[in-house]
Design a protein around this ligand. Structure first.
Ligand SMILES: Cc1ncc(COP(=O)(O)O)c(C=O)c1O
Length: 384
């Protein structure tokens, strides 16, 4: 049936009708007064969402572009940095750092396991010469569904006193509390097609005053991604280059919806969606990749034992028009991932869980009792 597609991947995420309609307008000139007003309102709302008093910068890039900008604007060639690597995206930041000539030291954990904050503490404490200039990590590692312990790792960075903390919050911003100013996070990057409930195309970066100090002496090549240009423009309610005006219309509407829901409610909803998804999978005897203590509020990765992950995905797609994500790199074919990020409600989880049960029956999976997944998820929802 046409138009019944249900997107349950960790990005792009579903877009509310209100946002789609807001985008369905003629563009306006980006040097016009109406655009300037729009930019001012969007910046104020972004600052609210990021829990910061310092203007969040908005770039026409995907999440990777936002992270690359977040790294190259605050470091010098040859700088020693620690990169947390326990999945595809952590690995990516190590590669970006190396591409720009940084001296990258990987702090690793097996895919599916969280980064160990102690490893960061040891390396930071041993660095009495203060050569480590930044700690770079992925908060919600989308490839495995692991939520890394940003708060504890950040405490170790703060005890070091010199290093900046640069965070990929691409699938945690708007899905998990990240009080940027209160924790003193230096650089926090994210992308529009995730918790923001709008299509891909915009990247966001929050920058602390300490990071802006480092910007003054940073010497890596930059032009389009030079955040100083964005900072100056944002102060004047403007944009250094042509922004995707219609996406900004959508962003304005989406941020309005988020404000109406309230930050605490948004975070509680994502925690509930995660808990219900995890409870449902467990009740169906489907093993989870990430431990309960570190489950992402954006995505749950499942490693089925006696049935192929890709068969589950293709049956869900063909029979029920529900899109689940597959495994990436070394996890290709071994897991499927359920996104529960952004414009997702309790009902969406119940629908997906019911369809998953029907899929398992069709594939002859014997480990699951029919109805058990929906019942377990319902129990979580009943608790509020
Ligand atoms: C944690 C994380 N970081 C970075 C990215 C990269 O974002 P993009 O594909 O928008 O460049 C993603 C995309 O899924 C992600 O989940």
């Amino acid at each position: 049936m046409e138009g019944k597609h249900q997107l349950m991947i960790p990005g792009p995420t579903p877009v509310p009708e209100k946002v789609l309609l807001a985008m369905a307008q003629h563009p306006i000139g980006h040097r016009s007064k109406p655009y300037s007003k729009l930019q001012a309102e969007v910046t104020a709302d972004l600052n609210w969402l990021h829990q910061t008093q310092h203007n969040v910068q908005m770039l026409t890039v995907s999440g990777t572009g936002a992270m690359e900008a977040g790294m190259i604007n605050f470091l010098k060639k040859g700088d020693r940095v620690l990169a947390g690597c326990n999945g595809k995206f952590g690995d990516r930041w190590a590669e970006v750092g190396e591409a720009y000539g940084l001296q990258v030291e990987r702090v690793t954990a097996e895919w599916g396991k969280p980064l160990d904050p102690e490893q960061f503490r040891e390396k930071l404490e041993a660095d009495t010469e203060k050569q480590i200039k930044a700690v770079i990590l992925t908060h919600s590692e989308t490839s495995t569904g692991v939520l890394n312990d940003l708060e504890t790792i950040n405490k170790h960075v703060k005890a070091h006193g010199e290093a900046l903390i640069i965070v990929d919050a691409v699938t945690s911003l708007g899905a998990y509390p990240i009080p940027i100013d209160q924790w003193g996070l230096d650089v926090v990057a994210s992308g529009s097609q995730k918790g923001y409930m709008i299509p891909p195309g915009l990247g966001f970066i929050a920058v602390s005053p300490r990071a802006w100090e480092a910007y003054k002496t940073a010497d890596l090549p930059r032009y389009y991604l030079d955040l100083g240009k964005y900072r100056k423009a944002t102060e004047k309610d403007s944009s250094p280059f042509t922004p995707p005006v219609n996406l900004v219309f959508g962003l304005h509407a989406a941020l309005g919806m988020m404000k109406a829901e309230g930050l605490d409610n948004i975070f509680a909803r994502h925690a509930r969606l995660r808990d219900a998804t995890r409870a449902g999978m467990k009740a169906l005897n489907l093993p989870l990749l990430a431990p309960d203590s570190h489950g992402s509020t954006a995505v749950t990765a499942v490693s089925p034992l006696n049935v192929e992950a890709e068969k589950i995905r293709s049956t869900m797609r063909q029979k029920f028009d529900i899109a689940l994500a597959g495994g990436q790199n070394e996890l290709k074919g071994k897991i499927f991932r359920v996104g529960h990020l952004g414009f997702v409600s309790d009902r969406d989880i119940l629908t997906a869980m019911g369809a998953l049960e029907a899929t398992l029956i069709e594939l002859g999976y014997e480990g699951a009792t029919s109805g058990a997944g929906v019942a377990a998820a319902s129990k979580v929802f009943a608790q509020g």
